[in-house]
Design a protein around this ligand. Sequence first.
Ligand code: ADP
Ligand code: C5P
Length: 211
Amino acid sequence: MSERPVVIGVAGGTGSGKTSVTRSVIQRFADKPLLMIEQDYYYKDQHHLPMEERLKTNYDHPLAFDNDLLIEHLKQLIQEKPIEKPVYDYKMHTRSDETIHVEPREVIIVEGILVLEDERLRDLMDIKVFVDTDADVRIIRRLMRDIKERGRSIDSVIEQYINVVRPMHLQFVEPTKRYADIIIPEGGQNHVAIDLMATKIKTILEDRSEK
Ligand code: ADP
Ligand code: C5P
């Protein structure tokens, strides 16, 4: 690698399509493996807490994340050093014992509901993106995903959404839209916006290699 990696932040509400957008961008770089870092994997470790306590955690508040570790890892990757990326278990509500060895790459996409909330994270990013999808669509997507993939019941998803996710979204996630360079409506199916993101990343890489 000849230049500092390009770092892109992809924020947006739960179910907005952050992961889908990130995967679609990655697919447009067949010859160059991009790296995805999920902020969710950096939820604070809760091994020491019993399950009933873990269920009470507010997972939509900035303090739920170990951003210090995320920032340390991003800085290591920017310095072209490998990291041991944590793995998160949504069913156990904590990190799993394993980690994944991750080598640095030329382009790093860090995605998560609150990646634009922390100024230290924003300062590391070359491009800041906010995926903007209506709340009704997001809750339907989340309901389906959390039941299928995250071991939740309909009642628990609805209860958590009304009491925690929605108010935290309005307080902490939505206001970070102001920091975005690009706002992508409707997430993963917005091929024009995804093409624009990919083109911008290629331009930054080309400009850097010409210097
Ligand atoms: P986020 O990372 O913002 O929570 P995801 O990309 O994981 O959002 O999408 C949440 C759920 O909605 C996933 O199950 C995904 O497959 C689905 N999904 C995402 N985008 C679309 C879309 N455009 N149409 C239909 N389903 C979608
Ligand atoms: O993938 P997505 O952006 O939806 O992930 C963030 C969401 O995951 C948050 O809104 C949070 O409520 C939820 N979450 C959860 N249980 C956990 C960790 C996160 O419901 N243990």
